[in-house]
Design a protein around this ligand. Structure first.
Ligand SMILES: *[C@@H]1O[C@H](CO)[C@@H](O)[C@H](O)[C@H]1NC(C)=O
Ligand SMILES: *[C@@H]1O[C@H](CO)[C@@H](O)[C@H](O)[C@H]1NC(C)=O
Length: 382
């Protein structure tokens, strides 16, 4: 499969296709970090340092290698010992402040593993009613519009073909102006809909890998009884009955499917949105990975991926990173049973076309509520 920047880009949620917008502060942070690093080296005998510390050790070597990178150097507090270490904020109020000085992971890695907490959580919803399918939608905190569209369209049915389906939105935290007010609105929205999961990392495009990993931790901690989980971007159309039908005859373990990219090129143009330097990932191609716009996981995989992530450095490209973790596990993502099920290029709406697919990106500005109303009308599809 030919991997182009445009192809990758098309699979990104529209609301997160913007920069983090904190450049001046970032500059200041870099200066602080460099000062900290300088002082650290100044006071440390370099020869005493283990090779494990080297943050630019090749990613490719981490597979099956005994001297895996020590992640504690990337985190400001001791990394999670197990996936169950993700706990509610309420139980963490008396936690010890970080002892290790903050070291930025640099522009191409994210701060993970790290002990993130949930500000807003739904710890009971999955155990109350064991769902067959959980839909996990990463969305920016301020993007209420997308959440409402999904609640009123394909995400609104809690029972499909007799199977329990649960919908959750995954949020990070906004910082800066208006953050407090937004947080109040989110708490209100959460009371109203009981479908928000918010963790305490900074929500921005560069941090999507953190969002995905926190999602997997959450699935492992609070929703491991669901048979399958699907991560789906907020600008997608999802045909839930077709997805359920597909899953009824799918493997129950070690199963990941979606639009699987093979031989995806590693982009070396420093201007590329998906640039990855050679010292971070020396191969010219990525292993097989399912494009981030929408992928399905069997319920055993979240735990395994969270474990694998302790051994594979957290690249900022979310879907590629899961591919690297899958490679570490030795479980290649599989193609869906039908080539027409997943679409990275928007399929133009028609009842017939949408009745045959599982997931597709939608044209920007398309009226998804109208589409849904039309799609749900009784009558033949084709
Ligand atoms: C999973 O299901 C079992 C049996 O139905 C139940 O006892 C258990 O509490 C559930 N676990 C979770 C995490 O929901
Ligand atoms: C990503 O999140 C981490 C943890 O909250 C934060 O330290 C970092 O600054 C965020 N990255 C960006 C680019 O904002």
């Amino acid at each position: 499969m030919e991997e182009s920047e445009g192809l990758l880009d098309a699979g990104r949620p529209a609301d997160s296709r913007r920069k983090c917008g904190c450049s001046r502060r970032l500059c200041f942070c870099f200066i602080l970090v460099f000062a900290a690093i300088f002082l650290f080296f100044y006071n440390t005998n370099l020869t005493e340092m283990t090779t494990d510390w080297n943050p630019f050790k090749s990613l490719g070597q981490s597979k099956n290698s005994p001297n895996t990178t020590d992640f504690s150097s990337f985190t400001s507090s001791p990394g999670p010992e197990s996936s169950s270490s993700v706990t509610d904020q309420a139980t963490q109020n008396n936690s010890v402040p970080p002892l290790v000085p903050y070291v930025s992971p640099g522009p191409y890695l994210v701060e993970y593993p790290h002990q993130y907490h949930f500000n807003i959580n739904e710890p009971q919803k999955c155990s109350e009613q064991q769902p067959f399918l959980v839909l996990m939608v990463p969305v920016a905190p301020d993007n209420r519009a997308h959440r409402d569209i999904i609640r009123n369209t394909w995400g609104g049915d809690s029972s499909v073909l007799g199977k329990v389906v649960k919908l959750f939105f995954l949020l990070g935290q906004k910082t800066g102006e208006g953050a407090e007010q937004l947080q109040e609105q989110l708490l209100q929205e959460s009371t109203e809909h009981r479908d928000l999961i918010q963790s305490d990392f900074v929500d921005c495009y560069k941090n999507l890998t953190i969002k995905t990993m926190v999602m997997l931790e959450w699935l492992d901690s609070y929703c491991s009884n669901a048979s399958y989980a699907m991560k789906i971007d907020s600008d997608m159309f999802l045909n839930v009955p077709n997805l359920i039908n597909m899953l009824l005859s799918a493997p129950k373990t070690n199963y990941m499917t979606g639009l699987v990219a093979r031989g995806g090129a590693v982009l070396r143009d420093t201007n590329s949105k998906w640039y990855v330097p050679e010292d971070l990932y020396p191969d010219s191609q990525y292993p097989r990975y399912a494009l981030g716009l929408g992928y399905v996981l069997s319920s055993d995989l979240p735990k395994k991926l969270v474990e694998a992530a302790k051994h594979v450095r957290a690249l900022y490209i979310e879907d590629v990173y899961l591919g690297l973790c899958m490679q570490h596990l030795g479980i290649p993502p599989t193609d869906p049973p039908d080539w027409g099920y997943f679409h990275v290029f928007p399929v133009s709406y028609s009842r017939c076309a949408f009745s045959k697919l599982v997931a597709t990106t939608t044209h920007e500005g398309a009226d998804r509520t109208w589409m849904w109303t039309d799609f749900k009308k009784p009558g033949l599809y084709c």
